[in-house]
Design a protein around this ligand. Structure first.
Ligand SMILES: [Zn+2]
Length: 75
């Protein structure tokens, strides 16, 4: 297990399940859990997948939906 995955697992274990949303990593298709924003808010951020350590962009919605995709590389 990578250090990143161990850190992620330790963090997930401390967060109540009701505060989490789940999405599939766009790179490796593993399930990843993330904090669900409060009602009326949408959070977007770059994130590192704890499974494959690829970077993706995620948009977490207050209803539990999470859009995750690989950002376009700047050229
Ligand atoms: Zn991944």
């Amino acid at each position: 297990m990578t250090e990143l995955l161990a850190t992620y697992n330790a963090w997930i274990a401390r967060v109540p399940a009701t505060k989490l949303s789940t999405f599939d990593c766009p790179c490796c298709a593993e399930s990843v859990q993330t904090l669900r924003p409060p009602k009326g808010q949408t959070w977007d951020s770059l994130t590192i997948c704890p499974h494959c350590e690829s970077m993706c962009f995620k948009v977490a919605h207050d209803d539990g939906r999470v859009d995750a995709y690989v950002p376009e590389t700047a050229s």
